[in-house]
Design a protein around this ligand. Structure first.
Ligand SMILES: O=P(O)(O)OC[C@H]1O[C@H](OP(=O)(O)OP(=O)(O)O)[C@H](O)[C@@H]1O
Ligand SMILES: O=c1cc[nH]c(=O)[nH]1
Length: 180
């Protein structure tokens, strides 16, 4: 049996501080914006976006709309996937036209999830701008996609896997690298 080695990349304290820094970076660029909205990609992007929303609302003193996106139907490997795509929920409860959207996901790897997410968002309307925030950018892009806000950049090998654990779903906050 192949052995696996696991290493913690972010502890719960580092995780919280990283989200606070990312919220400050958003505020630096979106000072007075009333058209700011967050969209989390299912699954853990949604919980991350919700954490960021609370941090932003505390600072801005105004509500920041939060949407959820399930990109499974937009995947470019849909027809070759062995199992049926898992359908969770898409809910965009704000007008997308002219909004400034920050798309939130846990890990950026090939970029194919983000490509699909952009296609999904554009089906709802025409935002004035879309930016990307990820907790971990692990490299190995297969498309010309980059993140505007990055929690942690990691040089990884393709044999490694990054898992983001989040309290609301996994009972603790952490980022873990597994080498197979
Ligand atoms: O840049 P990419 O190569 O597209 O990879 C990044 C995506 O992979 C993971 O999702 P996964 O498909 O594992 O589903 P999950 O979020 O439901 O666990 C992760 O949450 C990102 O959304
Ligand atoms: O390492 C990886 C690659 C894709 N998606 C993840 O969540 N982790």
């Amino acid at each position: 049996m192949a052995s696996t080695k696991t290493r913690q990349i972010l502890s719960d304290g580092e995780f919280a501080r990283t989200l606070e820094r990312l919220a400050f970076e958003i505020l630096e660029r979106h000072d007075q914006s009333r058209r700011l909205a967050l969209v989390g990609i299912q699954r853990r992007g949604v919980e991350l976006a919700d954490r960021l929303r609370r941090l932003l609302e505390n600072r801005l003193g105004q509500e920041v709309p939060l949407g959820k996106l399930d990109i499974n139907l937009y995947r470019d490997d849909w027809t070759t996937m062995e199992s049926q795509p898992r359908i969770s929920r898409t809910d965009i409860p704000f007008p997308v036209d002219d909004s400034q959207i920050i798309l939130v996901d846990d890990v950026l790897y090939t970029g194919r999830t983000i490509r699909a997410a952009l296609e999904a968002i554009l089906d709802f309307g025409r935002p004035s701008r879309v930016e990307l925030l990820v907790l971990v950018d692990r490299g190995h892009r297969e498309l010309p996609i980059h993140a505007d806000y990055v929690g942690k950049r990691l040089d990884t090998s393709k044999r490694e896997r990054i898992d983001v654990l989040i309290q609301e779903r996994d009972e603790r906050d952490a980022v873990v690298l597994t080498e197979e």
